[in-house]
Design a protein around this ligand. Structure first.
Ligand code: C5P
Length: 232
């Protein structure tokens, strides 16, 4: 799998999403569908994007008992998504069940990646509310190793964690990294940001880019700039 730029299509409805993507006439970007759009439109938005030739990362972050996750993953896999995710906090048993559910009758399956600790969770909140008493980077690496042991393909992490994850889990274990901003761009609500070029140096396999592309005056040029910095 080569490096790629994934556009976070954080739109409230399918019409807005499809209008946005219709600006891309030369390329078919890899897209990420999150909870907002999926809950608004349901499975049809995934089928529609696949029919239009896009690769789809379905960012629904499943976390439930193993049997429920296994059956839900089987449904999502049938939609043709290319990458799906879950919370590593669901434990290895849940991740292994998810993998079983994902495998299609023809033997193929989407890539499965794990969220370790959300980047919105601080070390202090993790200690005070979740009663996890270890440093954040140790927790992230340990969750990544659990995901690897369960047979998953990678994790979602901050770009600055990508190198450590590769060292602990191997070069082939995928790091999918949001929190990307252009050097001259607005950070918005993201705190620990990196440019596409720095994410490439840090070892990210996929960057997930939302507002720097979706809110750009010319989204196609912004996307091409990401590809030029990160892939080419
Ligand atoms: O607009 P922006 O580039 O900040 O979008 C980043 C995308 O990545 C959003 O869809 C956000 O929900 C997602 N994400 C994130 N941080 C995580 C996990 C997912 O920003 N730790």
């Amino acid at each position: 799998m080569g490096k790629d730029v994934i556009i976070a299509c954080d739109f409230a409805d399918g019409k807005t999403c499809l209008e946005f993507l219709s600006q891309f006439t030369e390329e078919k970007p890899f897209v990420k569908i999150g909870m907002e759009l999926y809950y608004a439109e349901g499975p049809s938005i995934v089928r529609e994007l696949k029919a239009r030739g896009h690769q789809v990362f379905l960012d629904l972050k499943l976390h439930d008992i193993p049997n429920t996750v296994k059956k839900s993953m089987a449904v999502l896999s049938g939609l043709g998504a290319d990458i799906i995710n879950l919370h590593a906090a669901g434990t290895r048993a849940m991740m292994e069940a998810a993998l079983e559910g994902l495998t299609r009758p023809d033997g193929t399956r989407p890539l499965l990646i794990a969220v370790t600790q959300l980047t919105s969770t601080s070390e202090e909140r993790m200690r005070e509310e979740l009663l996890i008493d270890r440093p954040m980077d140790k927790v992230v690496l340990s969750y990544a190793q659990n995901a690897k042991a369960a047979g998953l393909d990678g994790v979602v992490c901050a770009p600055r964690e990508a190198g450590k994850v590769h060292m602990a889990c191997g070069a082939d274990f995928l790091t999918v990294t949001p929190g990307i901003r252009f050097a001259d761009g607005d950070k918005g609500d993201q705190v620990r940001v990196m440019t596409p070029a720095d994410a490439k140096i840090a070892g990210s396999d996929y960057i997930v880019v939302g507002r720097p592309i979706t809110e750009a005056l010319d989204p196609v040029i912004a996307y091409q700039r990401c590809v030029a910095e990160f892939v080419d």
